[in-house]
Design a protein around this ligand. Structure first.
Ligand code: SAH
Length: 240
């Protein structure tokens, strides 16, 4: 019998993973670096689920532990995000085609904003701006989004260590990177996956418009947004 490697699921906050955890069957919990890794089956699929805490370092530490310890075949980052651009509204879903760490900034040395420098032992190091997400997984998430919610946006998700509540910043990210959402973990998880040669997906529901209203909208809409990603992910899991 071929034992399939698990699917890894990472959310930053409790609200983003709690409904997944409460449906996980046969759960075993292990702790590393103070983070809890919950293993079990969800919709008949072997999964490992963790809450990483907000921000890129938390997300990268969690992803790297998950990659080394559980050897997932795919890592999915689920959660809420600020919507960017006139087409993206609170409650909408965004599936990442790629992620950008927009706050990685060596522009003073002439590098384009967001360019990362990745080492490959024995080979040249690599400059990378758009961190890739798995096309097949994104396709499944988009199909399920179409059948459950009538659709989802598909495009660049921008990641940085800031809660964006500034319309101008949102506009800048849209113009510079064609961003559709801004959040604080996806690009870090995508980088960890890229460096380990593992596929990743980023699924976000919009909790706020990354504008002046965000500090109010975020607490108001996060629960609803997280319910949407949970429902979609549960539907998609058997096909991933
Ligand atoms: N003290 C808060 C910190 C949340 S930060 C807490 O832990 O409850 C906001 C979280 O939601 C991040 O994980 C981020 O990925 C996402 N997010 C939602 N809206 C965002 C926005 N407008 N800008 C950046 N991140 C956003």
């Amino acid at each position: 019998m071929v034992v399939k490697r698990p699917i890894g699921i990472i959310g930053a906050m409790e609200s983003e993973v709690e409904a997944l955890l409460s449906n996980l069957q046969g759960t075993r919990v292990e702790e590393e670096a103070g983070l809890a890794f919950h293993r079990g089956t969800l919709e008949g699929v072997q999964c490992v689920i963790a809450e990483c805490g907000p921000g890129k370092v938390n997300a990268a530490v969690c992803a790297q532990i998950m990659l080394l310890k559980y050897k997932p075949r795919l890592v999915i980052n689920v959660g809420v995000a600020g919507g960017v651009g006139a087409q993206v509204h609170v409650g909408d879903l965004v599936v990442a085609a790629a992620c950008v760490q927009y706050d990685f900034d060596t522009t003073a040395m002439g590098d384009p904003l967001g360019t990362l420098f990745i080492r490959h032992h024995g080979r040249d190091s690599e400059d990378i701006l758009l961190l890739p997400c798995c096309e097949k997984a994104a396709g499944v998430l988009l199909e399920e989004a179409r059948s459950i919610y009538g659709g989802a946006h598909f495009g660049v998700v921008c990641t940085g260590d800031a809660f964006v509540a500034d319309r101008e910043k949102g506009r800048f990210l849209e113009e510079k990177f064609q961003a559709q959402a801004v959040e604080m973990e996806g690009g870090a998880i995508a980088q960890a996956c890229y460096m380990n040669g593992v596929r990743c997906a980023v699924l976000r529901a919009i909790s706020d418009g990354a504008n002046d209203d965000s500090p109010m909208d975020f607490p108001t809409f996060t629960k609803m947004a997280a319910e949407k990603t949970t429902k979609l992910l549960r539907a998609a899991l058997p096909r991933l």
